[in-house]
Design a protein around this ligand. Structure first.
Ligand code: URA
Length: 260
């Protein structure tokens, strides 16, 4: 077997190992060519509370609450991104500026090739000032691990920088005020590919009301940057059978960053 095929197979099983633990059982109904619509196919996977793999890196655990920009950015040289943080981190253009605990700017490598965009901070994110640090964030870390990335290799942001009360969907005026911040971050980072995590971020950025299922099946771009739509990690936690389809989405990233 060629090395790249081996690497592919090994990454595929890492995805399953990190997500399902040690026990993975394919019962013949799963098309391993990965071309089937696995989302609609019942997949028999024996779930068990498996011990953590020795090889699996621990999820990112922030050390203290509110973050300053120096703790959010991996490459500190990015003066423009820092200046932008200072420009916007006291924002109170919409009501969320008055109810948030922390402004969640985003974090990672401001020179990253890959940018992940979620919907809005949840409770954990609001408390810690960091994106994707709750249960969904821990799954995102596992997804990154299976793709051979760490959180520090990518940039993670949200459409909204402040938590909507009770995690309700973003309101149009919140998006109207906040989307320009995300747009500016994308302009500063200039990633080679953007991954929208979930229906809301994809709908907001693509200016459509299409369903997640329909957006996943199409090629998109945002500001001329290839744009992949996949499931939100929180949705994958609720519906583990979608993880196989998410893997297919995430595998597309390689094609954009390696120029394949
Ligand atoms: N969900 C999101 O969309 N973003 C986060 O940062 C956390 C949960």
């Amino acid at each position: 077997m060629q090395n790249d095929v081996l690497e592919d197979v090994s990454a595929f099983f890492d995805w399953y190992k990190t997500v399902y633990g040690n026990t993975v059982r394919f019962d013949g109904r799963v098309d391993l060519s990965l071309s089937a619509d696995i989302e609609k196919t019942p997949i028999a996977i024996k779930q068990q509370a498996a011990p953590q793999q020795a090889s699996v890196k621990k999820p990112y655990i922030p050390k203290k609450a509110t973050k300053g920009i120096d703790e959010l950015l991996i490459h500190q040289g990015n003066a423009e991104m820092k200046a932008f943080y200072h420009e916007i981190n006291k924002c109170a253009k919409c009501g969320l500026g008055h109810t948030r605990a922390n402004f969640v700017f985003g974090m990672g490598n401001p020179q990253a090739d890959i940018m992940f965009i979620g919907e809005a901070p949840g409770r954990d994110e609001d408390l810690q000032g960091l994106p994707f640090v709750g249960k969904a964030g821990q799954l995102l870390d596992k997804m990154l691990f299976a793709l051979r990335f760490k959180r520090e290799d990518v940039f993670i942001a949200n459409v909204l920088k402040c938590r909507p009360p009770n995690n309700r969907d973003p309101l149009p005026d919140e998006v109207m005020h906040c989307e320009p911040y995300l747009k500016k971050q994308i302009k500063l980072i200039q990633p080679k590919v953007i991954i929208a995590l979930g229906r809301i971020s994809a709908q907001v950025l693509l200016k459509t009301q299409d369903s997640l299922g329909s957006m996943r099946q199409k090629d998109h771009s945002y500001e001329n940057i290839p744009f992949i739509v996949t499931y939100h990690p929180a949705a994958l936690l609720r519906n583990p059978r979608w993880k196989a389809s998410a893997w297919i989405d995430l595998k597309k990233i390689g094609g954009f960053i390696n120029g394949q």
